[in-house]
Design a protein around this ligand. Structure first.
Ligand SMILES: Nc1ncnc2c1ncn2[C@@H]1O[C@H](COP(=O)(O)OP(=O)(O)OP(=O)(O)O)[C@@H](O)[C@H]1O
Ligand SMILES: [Mg+2]
Length: 283
């Protein structure tokens, strides 16, 4: 799936910045990397704010003195995504063929951030394309056009990668990963996560805090029960269900227990923890 969103397009008003609460030093680090156009690798579990962070950074970097917008183009990589999908292709028209830029070529030409989400999932030929863009050369070879496109000065390549997926045997090769600086994303503290749930999920402060404490507990569960703990995204979903009148316990089962596992023993263990946090009250 490919998505281009101009900065500031999230939220109701154009001047609105996407809501992002910094968990560590990621904002300063990204700004420093962007200043030299050093490619960035975002690492971390699902739902920890990687996409939201980039939306926020594109918007933040767009507030520059020159008034130049930094666009964000996101490509969700899947196993059938090939280099041609990123580069572009000739399409047949009545009177011949016409070249249409793919999302990567478009961003390399016109500038902005190109975000390859879950890059390890893509086909191997994608990495070849990435290599010449992520070292001093900063160009994109397009064999079908017999040309090299030099990257626009504002172009930055960002990729993400979730090393935690135990189902995936795919890994980033060192010749690829050593072309990036990495920013690691992890779960926020209970205090920060509660703020996110209040803002994003409309949670009451007491509910938000309890949800986040519950999640922290589940994230510490033994790997036998859970491969990956509940994300902030799931807590936002639970908060929204609760804000709509669903009981907190039911909301947590629907948004957490039944999502993070299909195994009945693990589910039972998780429901037990949920009951310990929310079983007694209508909070
Ligand atoms: N630090 C944060 N500040 C604000 N919102 C956050 C933050 N972290 C997570 N969220 C919330 O969690 C949701 C999921 O975040 P996001 O989609 O950015 O995760 P992700 O890391 O890109 O996940 P995936 O790896 O599955 O793509 C966001 O829509 C937002 O509501
Ligand atoms: Mg994402």
């Amino acid at each position: 799936m490919i998505k281009e969103n101009s900065p500031g397009s999230i939220g109701s008003s154009h001047v609105d910045q996407p809501f992002y609460l910094a968990v560590g030093d990621e904002v300063g680090l990204f700004e420093a990397a962007y200043a030299d156009r050093t490619p960035v690798l975002l690492k971390g579990p699902t739902g920890t704010g990687k996409t939201r962070f980039l939306e926020y950074m594109a918007s933040r970097l767009s507030n520059n003195e020159a008034g130049e917008k930094v666009s964000l183009t996101t490509v969700s990589c899947q196993e059938d995504l090939s280099a041609s999908d990123l580069l572009g292709r000739f399409i047949l028209e009545k009177d011949g063929t016409r070249w249409v830029d793919g999302p990567l070529t478009h961003t390399v030409r016109n500038g902005g951030i190109c975000y390859l989400d879950e890059v390890v999932e893509a086909r191997k030929d994608v990495m070849v394309v990435v290599h010449s863009l992520t070292d001093h050369r900063r160009f994109l070879p397009i064999a079908k056009l017999d040309t090299l496109i030099e990257a626009h000065p504002s172009f930055l390549l960002v990729v993400s990668y979730n090393p935690g997926y135990q189902t995936s045997i795919k890994d980033l090769k060192h010749s690829t990963r050593q072309r990036f600086v990495a920013i690691e994303f992890s779960y926020p503290t209970v205090e920060l996560e509660s703020e996110i749930l209040i803002y994003e999920g409309g949670a009451e402060p007491a509910v938000a805090e309890r949800l986040s404490a519950l999640a922290a507990n589940l994230r510490n569960l033994n790997n036998d029960y859970l491969i990956e703990g509940p994300s902030t995204r799931l807590l936002v979903y639970a908060s929204r269900l609760i804000a709509r009148g669903v009981s907190p316990q039911r909301a947590c089962i629907a948004a957490i227990a039944d999502v993070v596992t299909d195994d009945s023993v693990s589910r039972e263990a998780i429901v037990e923890v949920i009951t310990a946090y929310f079983g007694d009250s209508d909070t």
